[in-house]
Design a protein. Structure first.
Length: 198
């Protein structure tokens, strides 16, 4: 598919769609765009938005547990909410929290909120995330699920220059199936994937 001077691939197995490598944004473009985000823990509307992921995750993970907010951004509001609920949280973000020590640990859960759409190499990123979890651990992902093909060209989510890969609910079901995980979609735009206990 060619739109707005950019070419997109589509995976026939998982129904994901993404930019071809030649059109991926550079690091400077990504940093400049991310710095425009206003994500404050004090913002009630933003907390309500994050609760779409945190509420179903908290219902499944006993307190206390160790979690990683992967791609936490400059204001790790979700990590703060999960700490308020009694969990121990670590942070990682390649730009704002580039602490490699956080990636050498294992966790009971990993959150990935409004991050997966930025993955230049999504399969490798999901493999990395799998390696961060204990058996039985949860990977909680929130990203705007892809619209139907007829509306893709004008879809607001596609217009962000740092959004390079787009998923459907079926994509996460496929990711889980390939790895022997379970997959639950508690709300639109939220996927909870669980590793087997053994």
């Amino acid at each position: 598919m060619h739109l707005g001077g950019k070419d997109y691939w589509r995976c026939e197995q998982c129904e994901a769609r993404g930019l071809v490598a030649a059109h991926l944004p550079d690091a400077a473009t990504e940093r400049a765009t991310y710095r425009l985000h206003q994500n404050s823990i004090q913002d009630i509307g933003y907390r309500r938005f994050l609760a779409k992921l945190s509420d179903p995750l908290l219902a499944r993970v006993p307190v206390p547990a160790r979690g990683l907010d992967y791609g936490c951004g400059p204001g790790p509001a979700l990590a703060a909410m999960l700490r308020e609920a009694g969990h121990e949280m670590s942070l990682y973000d390649p730009i704002f929290q580039p602490d490699p020590a956080a990636l050498s640990e294992r966790y009971d859960f990993v959150t990935c909120t409004e991050v997966a759409e930025h993955f230049h190499h999504p399969a490798a990123e999901f493999d990395r995330l799998a390696g961060l979890l204990h058996p039985g651990g949860w990977l909680a992902v929130m990203t705007c699920f892809q619209t139907d093909d007829a509306r893709f060209e004008h879809w607001h989510y596609r217009q962000d220059p740092t959004h390079v890969v787009f998923y459907r609910a079926q994509t996460f079901e496929h990711i889980a199936q390939l790895r022997g995980w379970s997959c639950t979609i508690p709300h639109k735009d939220v996927a909870l994937l669980r590793m087997p206990l053994a």
